[in-house]
Design a protein around this ligand. Structure first.
Ligand code: ADP
Length: 634
């Protein structure tokens, strides 16, 4: 008995000593979006737990550091672990917070500053039917489509998180959708007149006339549009006119007739079926259809919750349910050929571990564009100097283009790179502004408080006009419209209160107060504002010929979001056909290889319509996945 009491006492002593030794320390640090609260536990010389108790970092971006970094610090017992790529600021904030907690607990900080050595594991070889490189919108839809057909799919992603540029996108998805467009008001007389001009051929470009064969393909759609307009004229005209022909024509002419009309036909024809496929995977849209800036017509479907993120969440969950294998932190490096066919991918994990991934059926490249690669974008368009910010994820470096080029794939339209006039002046990112869900909800002024462009124009035109303004700086002015009045967040899911608190956007109850906050003469902004609202009423913009209007902007509080030009989308890349098969420099299909999404080129031409990229990514992602799954097993 005595012996048992002795053991019990000893155990209790050890327990209390251990508890006494465990020190808990809490702190708050400034993250990328907002403050991060954390609690760190230290026992003896070890960090035993790092708990992030509150944060507002963006899912798939900063939040990936919240998810991954604390465990890495604990595993290595060091603050010298690498920042999570793409989430550097959040990573640094976490490290700073842990450092503060360690200091406050009185431990020797030097013990936690030891260098971290990554050791590669043995080489890995895996086999699947379909191997996909890149886990953004195109890669995920390809993965779901191939897995739905019963294929075993491996998807490798170079970052620790999925999403690429898709997760950062505004989320607009263009599609003619008669059911939903029934609720959209008819377009103004001026807007309808511009369609008549298209039909009468007054807007045709001279070089189209020179290429008769190609022109015939285009002319077919002009005739279709004419028919559609006649049918509409005979209806009660109680809602918006739209048609597939119009969407095709606007996409082709909006890219200065440099796009591939056959690919455009595929893109637009499949936009509605793909939208329905996404819905069947779980995608939900907001109720109202709008015109995404640069989209030219009200046919943009806006994700219900948080812009591009909704596409990624939806297809990630679906892919998981279908058993797709994800290998994260794994960079695709080379395509392996055998007998003229692509049969495998060589890849490397962040710790240096090498992988060979064999594809029994096919490989799909879905690595996105190259706007995040400053050298590469400047090589193809010297105007895009390094100082210009970008909306892109740091992972978007043109890797897939380089890989494909090495095996003789043809590249098209590499010099066509799209900039946007809505970059956050601090970092070039696209989120963090308020402008409702489309062009109808705002106007944009320069630092003198004057409008300087039609806000419903093409993206290349609008960015060009912004570049002519003082410091290339502007403010988007909006009000408390029907989209924002009952919502705590903007289109991207950013918390509006936090945006105001952090000075990212300005808010005031009057236009005059708003003007003062952004150092604009209140009288000038008032005049611009009243004149703009008079154009909304008349439907005629006497200054810039804007055609798309919504309600008057008159419901306080008003908001101003500072915005600058930013590099956004690369229209050029790997040439594909309508089945998403890769074409080589001799015009032949490369067996066993597909490509989809921003890594491909030649679809949009010189300029891409806003709201067409997510269609491209999902239509051709689906196409690539389905066709890869249908390839005969080697
Ligand atoms: P898209 O819209 O065409 O799908 P995204 O930019 O959304 O393009 O996604 C591309 C994805 O590809 C990103 O998640 C990016 O991190 C990933 N990626 C880029 N290069 C590689 C590579 N070499 N290996 C694996 N993944 C890559």
């Amino acid at each position: 008995m005595k012996k048992h009491i002795g053991i019990l006492l000893l155990t209790l002593m050890l327990f209390f000593t251990a508890c006494e030794n465990e020190i808990t320390s809490a702190t708050t640090v400034k993250g990328y979006e907002d403050e991060i609260d954390m609690v760190v536990k230290i026992k003896g010389d070890s960090i035993t737990s790092i708990e992030i108790t509150k944060h507002n970092e963006s899912p798939f971006i900063g939040a990936s550091a919240i998810e991954l970094l604390p465990q890495e610090i604990i595993n290595e017992q060091s603050l010298m672990v690498d920042a999570i790529t793409g989430a550097t600021e959040t990573s640094n904030a976490i490290k700073e917070g842990v450092r503060t907690c360690l200091k406050n607990s009185g431990v020797d900080i030097k013990k936690f500053e030891k260098e971290v050595k990554k050791t590669a594991s043995e080489e890995i070889e895996k086999t699947a039917d379909v191997v996909i490189i890149g886990g953004g919108g195109a890669g995920l839809s390809a993965a779901v489509a191939a897995a739905e057909e019963g294929s075993k799919v491996i998807l490798i992603e170079k970052m620790p998180m999925l999403g690429g540029n898709t997760v950062r996108a505004g989320g607009a998805y263009n599609s003619v959708d008669p059911e939903r467009q029934k609720n959209v008001d008819p377009a103004s007389d001026e807007a309808m007149e511009s369609l008549e001009l298209l039909v009468r051929g007054e807007l045709k470009e001279a070089h189209i006339r020179q290429n008769e064969d190609y022109y015939k393909l285009y002319d077919k759609w002009i005739k279709e549009l004419e028919k559609d307009l006649n049918t509409y004229k005979q209806s009660d005209k109680s809602h918006l006119f739209d048609s597939k022909a119009l969407h095709i024509i606007q996409t082709f002419s909006g890219g200065d007739y440099e796009g591939n009309i056959e690919l455009i036909e595929k893109l637009i024809s499949d936009s509605l079926p793909t939208l329905k496929w996404l819905e069947s995977n779980g995608m939900v849209w907001k109720e109202n259809i709008a015109t995404v800036p640069g989209g030219l017509w009200p046919r943009a479907h806006i994700p219900k919750n948080a812009a591009g993120r909704d596409f990624i969440e939806t297809n990630k969950n679906k892919a998981n349910s279908l058993g797709v294998e994800f290998i994260m932190d794994c960079k695709g490096k080379d395509l392996i050929m055998q007998g003229g066919r692509v049969v495998a991918v060589s890849a490397e994990k962040r710790d240096g571990t090498k992988l060979t991934l064999n594809a029994n059926k096919a490989v799909i490249i879905a690595t996105g564009g190259f706007a995040g690669n400053k050298e590469m974008r400047e090589k193809y368009d010297p105007n895009l100097v390094k100082e210009l910010g970008t909306t892109n994820s740091p992972a978007i470096q043109g890797d897939g283009i380089v890989m494909a080029e090495k095996i003789n794939a043809n590249l098209v339209g590499m010099e066509y790179i799209q900039c946007l006039p809505w970059g956050n002046p601090k970092n070039g990112s696209l989120n963090g502004w308020l402008g409702g869900i489309g062009v109808e909800y705002y106007y944009q002024v320069n630092t003198d408080g004057k409008r300087f462009m039609t806000e419903d124009g093409r993206r290349d035109y609008m960015t060009g006009e912004l570049l002519k303004q003082k410091g290339a700086m502007s403010y988007v002015i909006t009000d408390t419209n029907r989209e924002s009045e009952n919502s705590e967040t903007n289109l991207w899911g950013d918390n509006i209160e936090e945006l105001v608190k952090s000075g990212t956007v300005y808010r005031a109850d009057t236009i005059e107060d708003l003007a003062k906050q952004i150092n604009i003469d209140p009288k000038i902004l008032r005049e611009t504002h009243d004149t703009f609202n008079s154009y909304v009423e008349s439907g005629v913009d006497k200054d810039f010929d804007r055609k798309l209007f919504g309600d008057k902007i008159d419901k306080a509080p008003f908001y101003a979001s500072p915005r600058m030009p930013t590099v956004h989308h690369t229209m050029g890349g790997i040439q594909i056909d309508e089945k998403a098969r890769v074409i080589d420099r001799d015009g032949k299909i490369i067996p066993g290889l597909y490509a989809a999404g921003e890594v491909t080129g030649g679809i949009h031409g010189k300029n891409r319509l806003g709201g067409n990229a997510l269609v491209d990514v999902h239509v051709f992602g689906y196409e690539a996945g389905k066709n890869a799954a249908a390839e005969k097993v080697k």
